[in-house]
Each structure stands twice: as C-alpha cells, then as structure tokens.
Design a protein around this ligand. Structure first.
Ligand code: NAD
Length: 479
C-alpha cells in the first residue's frame, strides 16, 4: 500500500470513506497511488468550511487574491514536469501534450490573478434627478466544481482560478479516474497559502460526492464539465433548489473540407482535431464533412497519415497517440467501430492494439461513406474515431454541420473568404475555426457551446465573471 493521498477539507488532509487505486492506462501494472474517496459527510464538512471561509476571502481584497493566484501559477510552472508526468500516467495523454496542458493551467491562474484586480462594474446617472445608480459585482458564494477526466489539470484550473479570483470559496470534485492531478493542484494551493476552507478537495464517485455537492445547501453555484447524461441529471436535481448552473457537455463537432481547401492544411487540421489526445476532447473533429471533388484525395491522404501515427505508452517519447483512458471507454469505442460497419460504413483502423505493456491501446479509425443520420454521426464517441460524410456543395456542408443536437465547436477548411465568412456566420456552434482544428483554444477568450453542448454562462476569459459573480444594483441620493 502506498501512502494514501487525502482530501483537503478546511485546511486539513482527511482520509474520507475509503481508498481507491489510481492505475496507469498505458501500463496496468503501474499503480500510481491510493486516493481517498469521500462520503456525503465529507462534502457537508467541506461545504460548511467553505461557507465559513468565503466572507473573509472576499474581504481580503483583490490584491490578496491576485497574489495567491500568481503564486499558484508560479508553482505549477515550477512543477510542470512532475504534474505533466502525473497527467500522462493517469490519463494517458502523451507527455508533451500533458506538459503543455499543465503550462496552460499556470497561464490560466496568471490570467485570473490579473482579472481579480479588474472586477468590472458600472456607474450610470439615474433616470431620477439627483440619484446615482451603480452596478457592482459580488461573489456568488460557495462554488461546487465537478470535472471530467480528459483535461485533469486544465479544466479544474479554469474553474478554480476565476472562482477564487472573484472572492468565492470552492469545493472541487475531480473525476474518479484522475485524482492525481487534482491532488497535486490542491497541494499547491495549500502550500501557496490559500486560507483554510477557501479551497476544498473532495475526491470520490460522482454518485456519492457529486450528488452530495448538488444537494449541499451551502453550495450556491455549480460548474460542471462532463457528459450530457450527467449534466442533465445535475440540471434536474439542481433545479429543485435553484442553484446557479454552468454545464459544459459533449460535442459531435463538424469539420467541413471544401474542394478549394489546401489539402495539406485540411489533412493536418483533421488529423490533429480527430485523433490527437486519443480523440478524447469535447472539441474533437468527430464528423468530417467533405465536398465530393476533394473527397477521395483527402480521404486517401488522411488515412495514410492516420495509419502512420504511432500509438503507444504515454511516457514513451516515440508515441504520438496514448492509450484510451479506461477499459470501459475502450469497450465503448470498439462497440462504435463495430456499429460503423453494421451501419454500412467502410471502416479503416479502429482495432485494439497490443502495446509493449498491458494497456488500453486502440488504432485510430475512419468511418467512410457515412450519412449524417447514422448513430456514428450523431452520438459522441469520445475516442480516436472520425466519421466521414461526403457532400455536394457548401450549402449541404453547412446544413449537415448544423444537423446535430450538439453545438460546441465547428470548423471549415477552405481558401474562399466568402465560404469561410458564411460558415462563421451560419455555424450553430459556440466556437468556429477556419483552416484550424476544431480542438485547441486560447485561454483568454470565451469557451463553450450552443444547443445540447452547454448551458449557462461561458467559461474562460473575461466572460468567466458572468458565472462566478452576481450583480448588485445600488441607487443613492446625495440629497
Ligand atoms: P461524466 O459525466 O461521466 O463525469 C463528469 C464528472 O461528473 C465526474 O467528476 C463524475 O464523477 C461526476 N458525476 C457523475 N455522476 C454524477 C452525479 N450523479 N452527480 C454529480 N456528479 C456526477 O463525464 P466524463 O466521462 O468524466 O467526461 C467525458 C465527457 O465530458 C464527454 O462527454 C465530454 O464531451 C465531456 N467534456 C466536455 C467538455 C466541454 O467543455 N464541453 C470538456 C471536456 C469534457
């Protein structure tokens, strides 16, 4: 038994209800560590501690908050290799991607250190003579953060940093598969001097810890990233007590390739968007909508480059694609590969692979000859699989792109300014990419989608203030 990693509640490391094993999906013999799984009682302790600590944290003022976030950013950067290695071991992202994600987390903390000093407000003349109206922002209070496994350091960072910057206290519940990164982040916050109760970590199952957070009366706002099914369940339960909600969920992101696209640019964008990070990105290009004139040349080159990708252990410098995150996720991906054939697609790749170690390795896959009505074109797979749909012209491409219950990210590869502009205007998505992969975003601009992909205010950048604060309108009459 390794030394267990505990929950952080009210500034103390507490054991929780039981311990869980964290194992490496690249090498199942690699036991990363034992991590505490909390109970509903632990959530109650954390939520009460956060409610006690929050007023003091708001009163401490923006300089104290900016300083803390800046120290956290510096510590993340200083420990980027350690955290990135943990990320690669527990989630399976190849090490360069894992370190880049870690550095992104530091950038996010640094950005919100500045935002703590720039809390916006308004002062307006009233419609009544002699009266002044001001609109100021205040923290929402205690924020519950529930995060998925696929960006185990960046997503917690982009929720924790604005929450703390704007004077809230936090209870974080990371996904069960990736407690290691969250625990390292909690350690950094603790060691950087975050006051007891201002940041709390409760690891454990969604059905216990997550559910208790949704029900905890002290938690006044919940920011969730994960699957549609869980997001909907949280929305239903959260409506009972009118908790403020922000839900970031799935995607079935279209990437349109028009006849006039630069072929190498289009292939590079689709290879990256569909398969990098093992396709386990909510913004992954999972529907490739290709115009008839370029279709055959595009598919041939994409298939060639896809089959040349080296799939292997996340820490092996030769690997370009790491493993699938878990046995359950791999089984689901393989079911979709079989389904694609049953639905009538020509399937290239997609088989389970043997690696040098026992892990969840899968060859990336293309499903050719699909229609947008097929399940493989409608359901989020969340693995290294892309469905290819042939269309006649731009109008058909845009219609297919928008024919989805999701609306997170949408891309187009074209040399035509007219079509790029029409796509940017017409795409029903929160983020639009021109000659770029659908995945890969900046941290200082809003992130989020439309339709079934997102609910509530946008994340990241200056727009994060919408969710993490509430506005107060005050009128004063000087006499
Ligand atoms: P998931 O929904 O299974 O789990 C997400 C989190 O919710 C985990 O921490 C889990 O423990 C918790 N949870 C589960 N049941 C709960 C409940 N009843 N109450 C409260 N919390 C509960 O999702 P996942 O498998 O971890 O992540 C993959 C999904 O996340 C994909 O669908 C992907 O598209 C989505 N995702 C979306 C974005 C985005 O910003 N739109 C980003 C990354 C991932």
């Amino acid at each position: 038994m390794t030394t267990p990693h505990l929950n952080l509640i009210d500034g103390r490391w507490l054991p929780g209800d039981h311990l869980t094993e964290n194992r490496n999906p690249s090498d199942l013999s690699d036991l990363i560590g034992h991590y505490a799984a909390g109970s509903a009682a632990d959530v109650a302790l954390a939520a009460e501690a956060a409610a006690r600590a929050q007023p003091g944290w708001w009163a401490a003022g923006p300089q104290a908050r900016a300083d803390l976030l800046d120290r956290v950013a510096t510590a993340i950067d200083a420990r980027a290799t350690e955290i990135g290695t943990m990320l690669a071991r527990e989630e399976g992202k190849i090490l360069p991607e894992a370190i880049a994600e870690t550095r992104r987390a530091a950038q996010i903390f640094r950005f919100f250190a500045g935002e703590a000093l720039r809390l916006p407000g308004e002062a307006l003349p009233s419609v009544r003579p002699g009266v002044e109206a001001t609109v100021t922002r205040e923290p929402v209070g205690v924020v519950g953060l529930i995060t998925p496994w696929n960006f185990p350091i960046a997503i917690p960072a982009w929720k924790i940093a604005p929450a703390l910057a704007f004077g809230n206290a936090v209870v974080l519940k990371p996904a069960e598969l990736v407690p290691g990164c969250a625990h390292l982040l909690a350690t950094i916050l603790h060691e950087a001097g975050c006051p007891p109760g201002v940041f709390n970590l409760v690891m454990g199952p969604g059905s216990v810890v997550g559910r208790a957070m949704v029900e905890a009366p002290q938690i006044t706002a919940l920011s969730f990233t994960g699957s549609v099914a869980t997001g909907r369940a949280i929305a239903r339960a959260g409506a009972e007590r009118m908790v403020k909600l922000q839900l970031e969920m799935g995607g079935k992101n279209p990437m349109v390739v028009l006849d006039d696209a630069d072929l190498p640019t289009a292939v590079a964008a689709c290879l990256n968007g569909a398969f990098f990070s093992t396709g386990q990105r909510c913004t992954a290009s999972s529907r490739l909508i290709v115009q008839a004139g370029i279709h055959d040349a595009f598919v041939a080159e994409l298939a060639r480059q896809m089959q040349a990708l080296r799939v292997g252990p996340a820490l092996d410098p030769a690997s370009q694609i790491g493993p699938v995150v878990s046995a359950a996720q791999l089984a689901g991906n393989l079911d979709y590969v079989a389904l694609a054939a049953t639905e009538g697609c020509e399937v290239i790749g997609g088989a389970r692979l043997n690696g040098p170690t026992e892990g969840f390795f899968q060859a990336p896959a293309l499903f050719l000859g699909a229609t947008n009505a097929m399940r493989v074109a409608r359901e989020e797979i969340f693995g290294p699989c892309a469905t290819v749909i042939k269309v006649d012209d731009f109008d058909a491409a845009l219609a297919v792109a928008n024919d989805s219950e999701f609306g997170l990210s949408a891309g187009i590869c074209t040399a035509s300014l007219k079509h790029a502009t029409a796509f940017r205007r017409g795409a029903k998505a929160g983020m639009v990419m021109v000659n770029l992969p659908t995945a890969g975003v900046d941290y200082h601009v809003p992130f989020g989608g439309t339709k079934g992909s997102s609910h509530g205010a946008r994340e990241q950048g200056r727009h994060a203030v919408e969710f993490y604060t509430t506005v107060k309108t005050a009128y004063s009459f000087a006499g």
